[in-house]
Design a protein around this ligand. Structure first.
Ligand code: SF4
Length: 349
């Protein structure tokens, strides 16, 4: 079964409540190449009741954001497989006319700066329910960053969106820990103890963090005044991302708050990576898209096999090594061959 996207599908599963609701800027394709599905299936395998709301309409009366109500644990928000600004605009800042992650390849089904827009709407409608953001857009914008489209530095997405927590990099491990930490209700103390997350804190909290394992980056305001300060931050972040074992916490002041980024998890083991790929995906777009045209990203990926994550390359234009990490992380032969077998049995192969 696909993860539910409507109340009718939630009822068909016999659920009277949801634990987690994922909002995604992409169409829902149940396949291990699409992040929202992976996160949904991982949580489902842990026994949580999860639904996905793909490409909600943010311009009407917000019925897509209200239709499933509020979850018991948290909302999860992702812009999708791409940063929404890369998805929307060419390098010449021209509006793109198509979107590879939408049925029929149509553009216009997600807002600019999707994470900010979805999170602000959810926080307005459900101020007491935690919102956890993740995926490429949240991950790569977690600290002060240069934004090509506005040609200026932007603050951490934690400050601009109002999210309670950010997961950076691949979320397989942290999402399980976040769900566990929130199992008995919102507990910021437990969340702040997790690895591979980011959050906003006050001065009193970060002063307790100042020890040999903390790097205090130049603040957003200092970076705005002096581009060399931003260069120093970039170097620190890049050096840390090349460490096999990292225990360093990053702190960066923005306005009167501080962004705290906890150290990453070690790279997934082969068994852990196999688990993400072996989950019971339908390997197809959700049936709601029948008759709405092909989804170009699905047409490209459906007969392909992903055998590893990570890249040592670090090419400046590419998100793979910045998001997935610098270390290669391989699936087992057994897991890959099992997927090859399933793929050859697809009717259109
Ligand atoms: S383009 Fe990306 S995936 Fe390819 S080598 Fe460079 S960093 Fe790695």
């Amino acid at each position: 079964m696909f993860l539910p996207t409507t109340n009718k599908e939630v009822e068909a599963r016999g659920w009277d409540e949801l634990d987690v609701i994922i909002f995604s800027g992409d169409a829902y394709i149940d396949h291990p190449a699409f992040g929202a599905s992976v996160i949904g299936r991982i949580l489902e395998a842990e026994g949580y009741r999860v639904a996905i709301v793909p490409q909600p309409n943010w311009r009407d009366d917000l019925r897509d954001f209200k239709k499933l109500g509020k979850p018991r644990l948290f909302f999860a928000v992702t812009a999708g497989a791409m940063d929404s600004m890369v998805n929307h605009y060419t390098a010449n800042l021209r509006l793109r006319s198509n979107d590879a992650y939408t049925p029929g390849g149509k553009a216009g089904f997600r807002p600019d700066r999707t994470v900010d827009t979805y999170t602000k709407i959810l926080k307005r409608l459900y101020p007491h329910t935690p919102v956890v953001v993740g995926g490429i857009e949240a991950s790569l914008r977690r600290l002060t960053h240069y934004d090509y489209w506005s040609d200026r530095l932007q603050q951490s997405i934690l400050a601009t969106s109002g999210a309670d927590l950010l997961i950076y990099g691949m979320g397989d491990k942290p999402i399980r820990e976040v769900a566990k930490a929130l199992r008995n209700g919102f507990n910021m103390k437990l969340l702040r103890g997790l690895r591979q997350v980011g959050f906003l804190a006050d001065k009193e909290y970060v002063e307790r963090l100042y020890n040999g394992k903390t790097i205090v980056l130049n603040s957003f305001e200092e970076c705005q005044r002096d581009k060399h300060k931003f260069g120093e931050n970039f170097k620190e972040i890049e050096v840390l991302s090349n460490m096999m074992e990292c225990e360093t916490t990053l702190v960066e002041r923005v306005d009167q708050s501080y962004v705290v980024i906890t150290p990453p998890h070690a790279t997934l083991t082969t068994e852990e990576l196999d688990h993400s790929f072996d989950l019971p995906y339908e390997r197809a777009p959700h049936p709601r898209y029948k008759g709405k045209g092909d989804i170009p990203a699905w047409e490209m990926i459906k007969h392909s096999i992903n055998i590893h994550r990570g890249c040592f390359g670090g090419c400046s234009f590419c998100t793979i090594s910045a998001h997935q990490g610098k270390f290669i992380n391989s699936r087992s032969e057994r897991s890959i061959l099992a997927e090859v077998k399933r793929l050859t049995q697809m009717p259109d192969f």
